[in-house]
Design a binder for this molecule. Structure first.
Ligand code: HMG
Ligand code: MG
Length: 309
């Protein structure tokens, strides 16, 4: 195998496709299809799935069926089902739906915070404080995402110091895990590593992850850079679904299939069965009426159609 010795031997992928992916679709996706996608992901070996978000249906109507989707999933033992919760109302919905983990999301950019959740960064942290307290009191894990950590669609550059400040604030209120998110996919590997190294001053390696949208095609390289630092958890999205309604033009997260192919090629274990994952990508892409945004899925689907190539 060609794995550098300092690379992790196992990487955990959190598939955020059902949430980050489907929150951005113009056409409505039936709850039954969302549920079927979650089932296919767990069958493929995903053990962490971000299912939906308990946000305002006026802001993100695509996730209005959150409770129905959560209720329809046949839970598999050992799978962690997470949901986004922007405030206490969202947390109450998440709790009633039996989510294992809640995800709070602050921005490293003031402009994005206002557009995304209609308040300043400082106000958002105060809104999340009772959510984290309530999560702790009910035995739920809290993952915190730092949006726009590599750049903002409204204010442009975001400093490493601004990211560090939000990371510290999210840890101060009790978050268990920090995800560094490149919401608009502008980051390149050197800068990503600089941001991650700064975050690692405060966050244990096992509780730091990367969430890379692939707008500029840098996500796989950014993940490779993170592996060099020993980081071993990443959010990815089946079929490369996704984007953010408040970051127009940003494309989906890096496709789970592409990351699995990279990791397996490096001899890194994921517990994921690539062919089954491609089935999941093919399924949801069929529902959406387009091809997967994944080079690996498209290559393997072409190979299935023309086995001699
Ligand atoms: P607001 O309008 O300031 O809130 O929105 P409000 O408290 O004034 O409430 C307004 C209305 O929404 C009220 O209803 C509330 O009850 C209702 P009304 O009285 O008008 O009928 N409401 C809710 N309903 C259901 N669930 C809730 C909820 N909260 C309030 N939880 C708010 C503030 C945060 C709610 C709003 O801005 C919102 O929902 N924003 C959605 C943000 C979002 O989902 N963005 C996309 C996900 S984040 C993302 O993709 C980034 C990430 O992937 C990482 C990365 O890539 O960067 C995680
Ligand atoms: Mg995202």
């Amino acid at each position: 195998m060609y794995k550098p010795s300092n690379f992790p031997s196992h990487v955990t992928l959190v598939d955020v496709g059902p949430r980050d992916g489907l929150q951005n679709e113009g056409r409505p996706v039936d709850a039954a299809d969302k549920i079927a996608l979650v089932h296919r992901l767990q069958d493929a070996g995903l053990r962490q799935i971000e299912v939906t978000s308990f946000v305002s249906p006026k802001w993100v109507p695509q996730m209005a069926d959150n409770a129905e989707v959560m209720a329809g999933i046949q839970r598999m033992e050992g799978v962690r089902y997470s949901v986004l919760t922007p405030n206490m109302k969202g947390f109450e919905g998440a709790l009633a739906a039996g989510a294992d983990e809640v995800v709070i999301f602050a921005a490293a950019s003031e402009a994005f915070s206002q557009r995304n959740i209609n308040c300043s960064i400082a106000e958002s942290i105060e809104r999340f404080r009772p959510v984290v307290d309530a999560a702790k009191a009910t035995g739920k894990r809290v993952r915190a995402a730092v949006s726009c950590a590599l750049g903002c669609p409204y204010q442009g550059e975001v400093t490493v110091e601004a990211v560090e400040d939000v990371v510290k604030r999210l840890l101060d209120i009790g978050s268990d895990h920090i995800g560094i998110a490149d919401t608009i996919g502008v980051g390149t590997a050197g800068r990503v590593k600089a941001v991650m190294e700064r975050a690692l001053k405060h966050v244990p390696l096992a509780e730091l992850s990367g969430h890379f949208h692939d707008t500029y095609g840098q996500a796989l390289t950014n993940i490779y850079g993170c592996l060099e630092l020993g980081i071993h958890t990443f959010d990815t999205s089946v079929a490369g679904l996704g984007g953010c309604p408040y970051a127009k033009g940003a494309t989906g997260n890096v496709a789970t299939e592409d990351v699995v192919y990279l990791l397996h090629g490096l001899g890194i274990h994921t517990g994921i069965k690539l062919e089954k994952l491609v089935d999941a990508a093919d399924f949801i892409s069929g529902v959406l009426g387009r091809k997967p945004v994944s080079r690996v899925s498209n290559a393997l689907l072409a190979k299935r159609a023309h086995p001699t190539h």
